[in-house]
Design a protein around this ligand. Structure first.
Ligand SMILES: Cc1cc2nc3c(=O)[nH]c(=O)nc-3n(C[C@H](O)[C@H](O)[C@H](O)COP(=O)(O)O)c2cc1C
Length: 274
């Protein structure tokens, strides 16, 4: 059975059926227990909403024992003011201290980010954590080779991104591609899955805020990401899981400098149709 309902606890309210995204829980009336629809096993995406919403904790999925699903403590979730302050105070960090980030801290950040939504709850992302300049410098070198190739070919992106300047900075010992960060996180997913980029970006956006809350600095690695998609030697060097493409990458480390103010942003452009 795909899910089990405790008939003594269940008050037959039908909330589980109302929230099921796939509509595979049948609930008829206040007299009947909810039951799986025909073919529910194949359609269920294991999102856990049914057990998470049940007011009596009367339902559990075969793959998700209820006692392993923590209770939500309202006081422990961020209030909107704290969340707004975190979002507004987060900055892209481009000057890092040399020190590495502790593996336990990175694991804890990923443990938060894995709760970010994924298309159809597929959860197919892979987190590649590369730490240390001895590992990162060769990747930057591939990125620079890609830029040299773009400049040689007079690709419009070369001028648009100022690649000649980035190459010159590299030759002078500066790293514009990964900003000398001590750590890089590459989130990948199956090439065959159309949601890889979106899922990876949502996961990294979640990771980034979790990192900021932990006092760590991050920066989206846009140059690096484009280089991955255009320069096969870089992809080869990354050794992603078979069949995976990079969804996006993020630098991580401790900021050398602290930001003390929030820069201005453009007002949101909103078309209200109320
Ligand atoms: C998709 C994306 C790619 C980015 N790529 C880079 C990059 O390669 N190098 C860099 O220094 N900053 C990169 N950034 C950082 C942006 O420049 C930065 O978010 C923007 O200037 C606003 O600054 P803030 O993040 O401090 O608010 C990227 C940001 C995004 C969202």
């Amino acid at each position: 059975m795909i899910f089990h309902v405790d008939e003594y606890r269940c008050e037959r309210c039908g909330t589980c059926a109302a929230v099921c995204p796939m509509g595979i829980i049948i609930w008829e009336n206040r007299e009947t227990l909810p039951r799986p629809a025909t073919g529910a096993e194949k359609l269920c995406i294991n999102c856990g909403h049914c057990l998470a919403v049940c007011p009596q904790s009367a339902l559990e999925l075969a793959v998700m024992p209820i006692d392993q699903c923590p209770k939500i403590v309202p006081a422990a979730t961020a209030d909107s003011g704290a969340y707004a302050a975190l979002v507004k105070s987060r900055r892209s960090i481009r000057v890092y201290k040399k020190e590495k980030v502790e593996k336990e801290i990175i694991a804890a950040l990923i443990d938060i980010a894995r709760y970010a939504p994924t298309g159809k709850n597929t959860q197919q992302l892979n987190w590649l954590v590369i730490q240390g300049r001895d590992r990162l410098d060769p990747l930057v070198e591939h990125g620079i080779d890609w830029m040299r190739d773009m400049v040689t070919k007079k690709h419009p992106m070369a001028a648009g991104f100022g690649m000649e300047g980035i190459i010159a900075a590299h030759e002078a010992g500066d790293d514009i591609i990964l900003r000398n960060a001590p750590c890089l996180v590459v989130v990948s997913g199956p090439k065959s899955y159309p949601g890889t980029t979106v899922d990876a970006v949502i996961a990294l956006a979640t990771f980034e805020l979790a990192a900021a809350a932990e006092g760590l600095g991050t920066c989206w690695a846009g140059f690096f990401h484009i280089a991955c998609s255009m320069w096969p030697p870089l992809m080869e060097a990354l050794q992603l899981p078979r069949g995976h493409i990079p969804g996006f990458s993020m630098m991580l480390g401790r900021a050398k400098f602290r930001h003390k103010r929030v820069p201005l942003r453009k007002p949101a452009r909103i078309d209200w149709r109320l």
